[in-house]
Design a protein around this ligand. Structure first.
Ligand code: FES
Length: 236
């Protein structure tokens, strides 16, 4: 552990008072084993209390601290300073979303799209009295997709969404995959009807940005490709 001097540029914007976003630079000294969230906390608590950003769990679970650091989408709480070969940081809000203030973006539309794909188990058959068993093989099909923490990193990095804001986006489609391929679920037809649309799965052009941006390393593009096959089979 050693002390390092940091030069941190943060994109600031308050729509109530600023005409457009601007860069503000902070110089600070910290330990070299801290996270990006620690750096933001140091700025917020000891240098500039007006800086706005989201955080909650500090454990890479809640997804609220997603932001862009030195050009890539990361979770601030799990990303260490040592992951950047520089003591200069450029921190911006997730691209593609409206800025509420500084690093806090408006996720209302993101969660509205998630709601559209019916993100819960739909059961039409009688449910068992006790556990609803699933074989390990069936669980394997959805295990990785179910690890999504809805941080928005994938959706904000998707060029198809930048071009068309009505596109459902990778996070909502990944959630659709998670339930459509769940052996216990009976809502496949409803969900395929929803995603088999010009603003649904066919807007995915297999660009792979979502996979690169995912802090949980979920193979999103691969799962969306399986959804395309399923949607095609279903409509034949
Ligand atoms: Fe919850 Fe970072 S604070 S994921």
């Amino acid at each position: 552990m050693a002390k390092v001097k940091l030069n941190v540029k943060v994109l600031r914007y308050n729509p109530d008072t600023d005409k457009k976003p601007y860069w503000k630079t902070y110089e600070l000294e910290t330990e070299d084993d801290v996270t990006i969230l620690d750096v933001l906390n140091e700025i917020h608590w000891n240098i500039d209390g007006t800086l706005a950003y989201r955080r909650s769990c500090r454990s890479a679970i809640c997804g609220s601290c997603a932001m862009k650091v030195n050009g890539r989408n990361v979770l601030a709480c799990e990303t260490g300073l040592h992951q950047f070969n520089s003591h200069k940081l450029k921190i911006e809000p997730l691209p593609g979303f409206k800025i509420i203030k500084d690093l806090v973006v408006d996720l209302d539309e993101f969660f509205a799209k998630l709601e559209r794909i019916l993100p819960y188990l739909i059961l039409k058959k009688p449910t068992p009295d006790k556990e609803f068993l699933q074989s390990p093989q069936d669980f394997d099909k959805i295990q990785e997709a179910a690890m999504c923490i809805l941080c928005g990193s994938c959706t904000s990095s998707c060029p198809s969404l930048w071009a068309n804001e009505d596109y459902l986006g990778p996070a909502a489609l990944l959630k659709a995959y998670r339930f459509i391929f769940d052996s216990r679920d009976d809502g496949t037809d409803e969900r395929l009807d929803i995603i088999n649309d010009r603003n649904g799965i066919w807007r995915c052009h297999t660009i792979f940005n979502c996979m690169e941006a995912c802090p949980k390393d979920i193979k999103i593009t691969e799962y969306l490709s399986r959804l395309k096959v399923k949607a095609t089979e279903n409509s034949i």
